[in-house]
Design a protein around this ligand. Structure first.
Ligand SMILES: [Zn+2]
Ligand SMILES: [Zn+2]
Length: 70
């Protein structure tokens, strides 16, 4: 698979959308690994700070409110 930006061989895939990116065009973005319930029943998110990101797709930087999640 080739880089979505420059069509050279890619080194990684975007964690969010799966697009391939090379070393020059790789970007990083926080990625939520998992969500769990902490003390007092509050939902918490385990986040990777520098997951591979293609720079094209549009992941939300802030986790969406999870109030509906029981
Ligand atoms: Zn590239
Ligand atoms: Zn992407």
């Amino acid at each position: 698979m080739n880089c979505i930006h420059c069509d050279r061989s890619a080194h990684a895939n975007c964690r969010f959308c799966g697009r391939a990116v090379c070393k020059d065009h790789i970007k990083t973005s926080p990625f939520i690994l998992s969500i769990y319930k902490g003390e007092e029943g509050i939902n918490k998110a385990l986040v990777v700070a520098d997951a591979v990101y293609c720079g094209i797709c549009n992941p939300r930087e802030q986790p969406v409110s999870l109030k509906e999640l029981k």
